[in-house]
Design a protein around this ligand. Structure first.
Ligand code: NAD
Length: 482
């Protein structure tokens, strides 16, 4: 049974129920993950609260030394983290490398906290009166993360929280806890003081406890929209700052003036990469004007050629999805499209054998009214739709309840500007299929893809994990204000 990491020690969970951590490529049980309880959360929060007293007084330049050390340890252990990530998630080794690399970049950016956290000051805003605004850490923060990026997503938050002087409790997905166990072993090696970083394994009970615990100042959540909404409501009703990143439905628009060959390759990679289990995965390709037939032909060829298999085999181009339940949900959505009149151009449901596999599927003649055009698929399913114009495509995108990302493929600057100006999603790609902001930019969608005010990492990360304090001062000897 895997253990919690609380107050600098590995300790058994108080939960009696467990979840099997399964390798989705061969259904092998890798570990048992305990479903922790409120008691575990309480212990972790007490440790973090105690550690905050001295951690917040540790100069920022000293705090980041632990992150520099961790960065080195992550590089030294890069391949073993990648292997674990592929084993418990199923993604290919190349995709796991991306997962871990993007995580390390967050640590690198957070090492710049002494500059990033600086405040503002102003002299003589009235005669002899100066003012300064500083950023202060707030206390204990918590992170609750999903299965689809076992390494990267927790790094979106905690390096910024800890570098700004807060302490932290992380609850990773119960389906992929092993990558984080390995990373916490490195956090321990990096020598962070006891209680600064804590890991509590679990599910719903741990989540609810974190969202309502009186000693937690804020919660970062990433996962599906219903749970994001729940976490936002529960956390804010308990007076916490909450940033809750939810699900998505990402559209890609191909205009007739785009380079079709590159655009199709980019769209396909976006849709089937990580077997479609990315919150930034493309889903519906709206083919504008006369592009539909050519896009369909090229997508069909490329999708049929993809090598599907165990992600740990270097030849594999697409791995399995996370679970049997996921396979069934995706198959159900494909069937709903067929029932609603779509054209199943390539049917990936016929995969047989062990593991939670689907082959890439291409669904043609998708319209905005179909279920498959509205709901998140989270699987390797390409939806092809016809569009009359860019205006019409933008209208369709903006009618979605989600607004995480959208991409446009074009060689027209005017079209690109219109798209950037009018499309509702908060992360846009211009000839880019997965417009994931880098660690030094802020990350997060809009509408049902994001609940909160302050987004993840970049400058938003600094804002979320600190509060501002303004001091106004007068020190003139000869002041005669009275
Ligand atoms: P999920 O919502 O099932 O789980 C996320 C976290 O919530 C996990 O830690 C889980 O233990 C917890 N949880 C699950 N059900 C709960 C409940 N009823 N009450 C309280 N806590 C609960 O999500 P997932 O399946 O792990 O991840 C996939 C989803 O995450 C997709 O919808 C995807 O789009 C989304 N996602 C979004 C982003 C983004 O940036 N917007 C990034 C990655 C993933």
């Amino acid at each position: 049974m895997i253990k919690n990491y609380i107050n600098g020690e590995w300790s058994a969970s108080t939960g009696v129920e467990t979840v099997e951590v399964i390798n989705p490529a061969n259904e092998e049980v890798l570990a048992l993950s305990p479903l922790g309880t409120h008691k575990d959360v309480d212990r972790a929060v007490s440790a973090a609260k105690e550690a905050f007293k001295s951690w917040r007084k540790t100069p920022a330049v000293d705090r980041v030394q632990y992150l520099f050390k961790l960065k080195t340890l992550l590089e030294e252990n890069f391949d073993s983290i990648v292997k674990l990530c592929t084993q418990e998630h199923g993604k290919t080794l190349v995709e796991s490398r991306g997962d871990v690399r993007r995580g390390i970049q967050m640590v690198e950016t957070a090492c710049g906290i002494p500059s990033l956290m600086m405040g503002q000051s102003f002299e003589d805003f009235a005669v002899g009166i100066d003012s300064q605004s500083i950023r202060q850490p707030m206390g204990v923060f918590a992170g609750i993360t999903p299965f689809n990026f076992p390494a990267m997503v927790p790094f979106w938050f905690w390096p910024f929280a800890v570098a700004t002087g807060n302490t932290y409790v992380l609850k990773p997905s119960e389906r992929v806890p092993l990558t984080q166990i390995k990373i916490f072993e490195l956090i321990e090696k990096a020598g962070l003081p006891k209680g600064v970083m804590n890991l509590v394994l679990g599910g719903k009970e741990v989540v609810n406890s974190l969202c309502s615990h009186p000693d937690i100042k804020g919660v970062s959540f990433v996962g599906s929209t219903p749970v994001a909404k729940h976490v936002y409501q529960l956390g804010t009703s308990h007076g916490k700052r909450v940033q809750a990143l939810g699900g998505a439905k990402n559209f890609m628009v191909v205009l007739p003036d785009a380079n079709l060959e590159t655009s199709v390759k980019t769209c396909l990679e976006s849709i089937v990469g990580c077997a479609g289990q990315r919150c930034l995965a493309g889903s519906v390709i709206i083919c504008v004007g006369n592009t539909y037939d050519e896009v369909k032909k090229q997508i069909l060829k490329a999708a049929s050629d993809l090598i599907v298999g165990d992600g740990s085999d270097p030849r594999t181009q697409m791995g399995p999805v996370i679970s049997k339940a996921s396979v069934e949900t995706i198959k159900g959505l494909i069937q709903s499209a067929a029932d609603e009149g779509a054209d199943i151009v390539l049917d990936g449901r016929k995969y047989s054998g062990k593991g939670f596999f689907l082959n890439p599927t291409v669904v043609g003649e998708v319209t905005s009214k179909m279920r498959i055009a509205k709901e998140e698929v989270f699987g390797p399913v390409v939806c092809l739709a016809r569009g009359k114009s860019l205006d019409e495509a933008i209208q369709w995108i903006n009618s979605s309840s989600f607004a995480n990302t959208a991409s446009l493929f074009t060689s027209s600057g005017a079209a690109a500007r219109q798209f950037s100006y009018e499309a509702a999603p908060a992360m846009l790609g211009l000839n880019i299929g997965v417009p994931a902001p880098m660690s030094f930019f802020s990350f997060g969608g809009a509408k049902d893809s994001f609940f909160g005010d302050i987004k993840a990492h970049g400058q938003s990360g600094i804002q979320f994990f600190t509060d501002t304090k303004v001091t106004i001062q007068r020190w003139n000897k000869d002041s005669n204000i009275w």
